[in-house]
Ligand binder design. Structure first.
Ligand SMILES: Cc1cc2nc3c(=O)[nH]c(=O)nc-3n(C[C@H](O)[C@H](O)[C@H](O)COP(=O)(O)OP(=O)(O)OC[C@H]3O[C@@H](n4cnc5c(N)ncnc54)[C@H](O)[C@@H]3O)c2cc1C
Length: 384
């Protein structure tokens, strides 16, 4: 069994923290278009939530992946998608490769303060001209003695305006596209790093998203995670945690949307009876709840496989794909049953409708997930 009585205490602490220190501020942060990452992450770091499954030598709790999954699920109780996503970037998107493949020195310098909540991290993969096609990124890190000199730019970077460091994927050689890349930890205060602009988004309003430029940015080679040329492979490993996180964070969020819709349609009357009493509505909500339960089972199965040391590429990809599909289906169906109120910004379902749309795009679009699965199934053209 994935969760035991040992998960109850951290789960309860996190639920309490979300209710007392996050949800009361969400409206203000959504309006401001940003949340105070340093302040919030410090509190989460002090509670041990930024390193549940990270090594104890660097301040982590040294627990297994089931605890990280428990946290991703609980973050779905936050009344927006932006804040959970920013936390997920810190714990499950920008730091897994560093924790697994980084040198001791590098982990002390970047991982330990990220686990403590003293540093805010971001992950730099996507570029203006390459998102789905990760291998085609253009940012380069040229070797110059003991340093790399970085030039290029990254796009749509979550936490980008507040981050202390970026886990940067760039080309460190001219060889084959999958073997010429490295992941490098770059402090955002380094000369030559600039925030080109804070991006204006349709959803995820409380999360800051940046376009970042790198002009002759000099960092020591010791800032490279693991071996030179292995960055693409490390990032593909890192994506497995990102995709499972993205799927797990949807579960509670969608359940909450369904529960809110039940309450609203029970209280709203049309044609002499509550809207909920229409079979077409309560049957549809039951069907959507079933879909959530199926997604949950798939994610738990992937987590169990990960705990058993198995490759979870297929299951994590399916979970991300299914979460993306449900992220469009559930808020859309629920918003419909709110009628005009669903179209109002003051109603949470409209925020969920906007925020959930990202699941089908970020961390690899649905079509990229399908491509990975087809490759595994041997159904891509020209493959037997
Ligand atoms: C709010 C937000 C936050 C983000 N945060 C980060 C971050 O922190 N770090 C980071 O590195 N990136 C981040 N991203 C970028 C995100 O990962 C990319 O947007 C995503 O990978 C898609 O890349 P793209 O936008 O370049 O789309 P493109 O590659 O231009 O693709 C456009 C569309 O074409 C379709 N498509 C693509 N390939 C295929 C194919 N082979 N077959 C059929 N159809 C296809 C898909 O529908 C896709 O959505 C973020 C994006 C957003 C919007």
């Amino acid at each position: 069994m994935l969760f035991t009585a040992d998960h109850d205490e951290p789960r309860r602490i996190l639920q309490k923290f979300i209710a007392s220190d996050i949800n009361p501020h969400v409206e203000e942060w959504e309006k401001a278009g940003i949340f105070p990452a340093h302040e919030l992450f410090k509190k989460l770091g002090d509670l041990g939530f930024l390193g549940l499954n990270k090594p104890v030598e660097y301040g982590g709790q040294g627990l297994d992946y089931s605890y990280a999954l428990m946290m991703a699920e609980e973050l779905g109780a936050i009344n927006c998608g932006g804040v959970p996503m920013a936390i997920g970037v810190q714990t499950d998107m920008a730091t897994p490769a560093l924790a697994k493949f980084g040198s001791d020195e590098l982990r002390k310098e970047f991982l330990a303060p990220s686990i403590a909540g003293d540093y805010v991290a971001c992950i730099g993969v996507s570029e203006p001209s390459a998102g789905s096609d990760v291998a085609s990124i253009k940012t380069t890190a040229r070797s110059d003695g003991d340093d790399y000199v970085i030039n290029g730019g990254k796009m749509w970077i979550t936490n980008g305006t507040q981050a202390d460091w970026i886990c940067l994927l760039c080309n460190t050689g001219d060889g084959p596209m999958h073997r010429n890349k490295s992941l490098i930890c770059v402090p955002m205060k380094t000369k030559g790093v600039s925030i080109a602009r804070k991006l204006d988004k349709m959803g995820m309003h409380s999360s800051d998203t940046a376009q970042i430029h790198f002009d002759d940015v000099r960092v020591p080679k010791r800032n490279r995670i693991g071996e030179e040329g292995k960055g693409f492979t490390y990032q593909m490993v890192q994506f497995q945690e990102e995709r499972l996180w993205g799927a797990a964070a949807c579960i509670k969020a969608h359940e909450k949307t369904i529960q809110n819709t039940i309450e609203y349609t029970r209280s709203r009357k049309a044609f002499g009876k509550p809207l909920l009493d229409n079979q077409v509505i309560h049957f549809r909500l039951a069907e959507l709840q079933t879909e959530i339960e199926l997604l949950r089972s798939l994610i738990y199965r992937a987590a169990e496989a990960m705990l058993a040391g198995e490759d979870v590429t297929g299951l994590a990809t399916m979970a991300k794909l299914k979460a993306g599909r449900l992220g469009r289906e559930i808020p859309d169906a629920c918003l419909q049953y709110y009628g005009g109120m669903g179209f109002m910004n003051e109603t949470l379902v409209s925020r969920s409708y906007r925020d959930s749309r990202l699941t089908s795009i970020g961390g690899g679009a649905d079509e990229v997930m399908l491509g990975i699965l087809c490759k595994m199934m041997g159904t891509l053209p020209g493959r037997q």
